[in-house]
Design a protein around this ligand. Structure first.
Ligand SMILES: *[C@@H]1O[C@H](CO)[C@@H](O)[C@H](O)[C@H]1NC(C)=O
Length: 133
């Protein structure tokens, strides 16, 4: 392999490593940012969108598996869709400390749908319904 071909391949590899928006999700992204009042600068928007797309795809896959009987609950996109699971955990821990609660809140996923038969809201374990959009 000639050095110039090798360099070209190397450059291609780097270019494809940069998160690239899936333009099929543009409308959904615009609607989601508008619904939740998200405003990002250009630097932040690129990687927030990448996180969000990853979450969108994870939710779709989970719900497909749900329809095959692999899970007992479905998931839906909500206001936390641009957070990594690490950020979400930190936020939940922060809230817990603020409230001086004892014990751990069960948190399957930030996107887990609330079972219709149990009103976790009354137990103070989940955010208001408006955040479930
Ligand atoms: C964009 O926003 C991020 C997060 O709020 C901040 O850290 C960064 O400095 C901002 N960059 C510019 C160019 O304003």
């Amino acid at each position: 392999m000639s050095p110039s071909i090798f360099l070209n391949l190397l450059c291609l590899g780097i270019a494809s490593a940069v998160p690239k928006a899936d333009h099929g999700l543009d409308a959904q992204w615009n609607q989601w940012t508008a619904t939740h009042g998200k405003l990002y600068n250009e630097t932040e928007e690129g990687w927030r969108r990448a996180v969000w797309e990853k979450n969108v795809k994870m939710i779709e896959l989970h719900n497909q598996e749900y329809s095959q009987g692999k899970h007992s609950f479905t998931m839906a996109m909500n206001a936390f869709g641009d957070m990594t699971s690490e950020e979400f955990r930190q936020m939940m821990n922060g809230l817990q400390h603020q409230k001086h609660r004892k014990g751990k809140v069960f948190q399957e996923s930030p996107f887990a749908e609330i079972p219709p038969s149990v009103d976790w809201r009354k137990k103070g374990y989940v955010t208001p319904v408006k955040d479930q959009v």
